[in-house]
Design a protein around this ligand. Structure first.
Ligand SMILES: [Zn+2]
Length: 224
């Protein structure tokens, strides 16, 4: 029997989640669905999550991957120029990565046997959501510093990189504060008593343009 289904973004997401994302997250004691939800709900820009997700899948064009594809490039990490550049090296073992995440080393019990995805799963379970978000941003800045070095030969200094990551994330959070919820008026309009009027008033003022407006509506009891 042939089952025909229309393409939809939702269906594509479900297929991608079940075939690509779940296996990545399935190494944790928590439910993979829970971890995926936690990961994709992190309050960081989408490009940060996408970068780390690609890194977990080993989809990033690291030098080790480029060499596997027969490209003639240096194998060593462009930041420390000491070890082979793999995702695990960029985000965990590069000396610059260690300086960026040194404050986590005590509580996270870095195990050298953990893969990048296992390590991120572990961090996600052990850290609060805000701490995990900060970690993701730092890792993304590491990737950015690596690209700056490769493409613009710009060196990075771990402390200024850490500060830049913190400021950038704080600005992102500030710009994405959800607007306050305005309580809806629970009182429905009722007709005024016979011979009377009802008056509805509303107004607003914009402090930036120094302009505003107001409106008043009078309704007599005879008007439906
Ligand atoms: Zn390195």
């Amino acid at each position: 029997m042939i089952v025909r289904e229309f393409f939809s973004v939702r269906r594509a997401y479900v297929v991608a989640r079940d075939n690509l994302i779940l296996p990545v997250m399935a190494t944790s004691s928590s439910s993979p669905h829970q971890l995926i939800d936690t990961f994709w709900k992190c309050k960081v820009p989408g490009k940060v999550k996408l970068c780390l997700w690609k890194a977990c899948q080993d989809f990033l064009p690291t030098r080790s991957n480029l060499v596997k594809k027969k490209m003639e490039v240096e194998l060593f990490c462009p930041l420390c120029e000491n070890k082979e550049e793999t995702p695990l090296h960029i985000f965990r073992y590069c000396p610059i990565a260690k300086q960026m995440t040194h404050h986590l080393s005590g509580m996270l019990g870095f195990s050298p046997s953990l893969s990048l995805k296992e390590w991120l799963n572990y961090c996600m379970e052990k850290l609060s959501q805000s701490s995990f978000c900060r970690l993701l941003v730092k890792l993304w800045f590491l990737c950015k510093a690596r690209n700056d070095k490769v493409w613009e030969n710009r060196n990075c200094e771990p402390r200024s990189l850490l500060l830049s990551a913190q400021v950038w994330h704080a600005n992102y959070l500030h710009a994405n504060i959800p607007p306050p919820k305005v309580p809806r008026n629970q009182h429905a309009w009722t007709k005024p008593p016979v011979g009377g009027f009802s008056v509805c008033m509303d107004g607003a003022f914009d402090v930036h343009s120094h302009s505003g407006g107001a409106e008043i509506v009078w309704r007599h009891s005879l008007v439906e």
